[in-house]
Design a protein around this ligand. Structure first.
Ligand SMILES: [Zn+2]
Length: 249
């Protein structure tokens, strides 16, 4: 599904995404950099997801041979569970937050709270996390060339440990790929897991409120093409009044 002339949605389950691939995949974005294609987040990668993602890319008239990168925002399974499969299928270079790299490389199911996430019904009980090599470890403030475009890395913890967002300087607008840091309507995700932090979430909202961008591309729910900053401002007003943003789920 084409969002702009350079960003597409190629996957996402039907729960709080657009039903482009199997549940419980997050939004899986594709960036056409002009010199190669980048995928942002991988989904859970179960069921028929990888085939559906492949079909969605082909349906846009894009060439699978141009796929070069897989960027990961954080280590939750609906974002990284399918990383190894996508990497293997398309021979991708994997970029991940430095603080999440060891978990992703080793398939460590502890820090991402996989056992309790499965018990809660979020993921199938027989799901296991496939370790995925990480080629590039990203740190706050990094500015990297992504084909013909530039990408800035922003640490945005609070949703979980080591979470990052990516500010893409596109040809006609700036995009914030926010993972699960902030959603349309100024919402966040409050979860009963060890690394979900109120104080880190508030610091992230304050940090993002000074970032200039147009499109808000979060990990779930609505995608905002213009005026994305307004949604961060909603959250910021909430925390300024000593309240907390609403939870997406
Ligand atoms: Zn998450």
């Amino acid at each position: 599904m084409r969002i702009t002339n350079e960003v597409y949605l190629i996957g996402g389950g039907a729960n709080v995404c657009f039903g482009l691939s199997d549940d419980p995949d997050c939004h899986i974005y594709l960036i056409d950099t002009g010199a190669g294609l980048a995928i942002v987040d991988a989904g859970l990668g179960e069921g028929d997801s990888i085939n559906r993602i492949t079909a969605n890319i082909l349906a846009e008239g894009l060439d699978l041979a141009d796929l070069k990168w897989l960027l990961l925002t954080h280590y939750h399974m609906d974002h990284v569970g399918g990383a190894a499969k996508l990497r293997d299928r398309f021979n991708l270079e994997v970029w991940s937050p430095a603080e999440a790299a060891e978990v992703i490389r080793t398939g460590d199911e502890g820090p991402p709270s996989l056992t309790i996430a499965k018990a809660s019904g979020l993921y199938p009980m027989d799901f296991s996390f496939d370790a995925c090599p990480v080629d590039v470890e990203l740190r706050d403030g990094d500015r990297l060339r992504l084909g013909d475009l530039e990408l800035e890395v922003i640490d945005t913890p609070g949703h979980c440990h080591g979470h990052q967002s990516f500010l893409l300087h596109g040809r006609d607008r700036r995009y914030l790929f926010a993972g699960d840091a902030i959603f349309a309507g100024g919402k966040v995700v409050w979860q009963n897991i060890w690394d979900n932090s109120v104080q880190d979430t508030v610091a992230t909202i304050n940090k993002l409120s000074s970032v200039e961008f147009d499109a808000l591309c979060p990990g779930h729910a609505a995608v905002i093409v213009e005026g994305g900053r307004r949604h961060v401002e909603i959250a910021q007003r909430k925390v300024e009044s000593l309240g907390l943003p609403q939870s997406l789920v």
